[in-house]
Design a protein around this ligand. Sequence first.
Ligand SMILES: [Zn+2]
Length: 147
Amino acid sequence: MHELALAEGILEVVLDMTQGRPVKGIHLQVGALHAVVPESLQFSFQVIAQDTLAAEAALSIDQVHAVFQCNHCGEMTDVETPPYNCRSCGSSDVAISAGDELLVDSIELEDGTTISKPTPTDAALIDGHLKEHMVSNKGFVDHRDVA
Ligand SMILES: [Zn+2]
């Protein structure tokens, strides 16, 4: 289900970047903290993108390692997969410094053109989209009684 929400955010960014041109491939950078299963994300994307110009696009995913610092002993740990515990003392009380990335790195069009826009804006767009979803899933605060 997690991948479905990510796929929606990715599609939104991709369609915005390609402006109505058919998409052949999408290169993503996904931090380990998103715990994305590439096959699952590809499948979710195909479901979401059907009937759009990105329907045939193949995703290629660069996994970014999770990097964090232990709040107990200060040790830096760098891992690809959970658990996200300090490798020195085993504490789970850590401060994340990398691994929560989610970027559309570049897009390959049917005509061979590559669109590259590796800016933080893309990550912000996807994150913003996900936050909207989280808010709507939790329901809105009803202000009617306040007035
Ligand atoms: Zn530690």
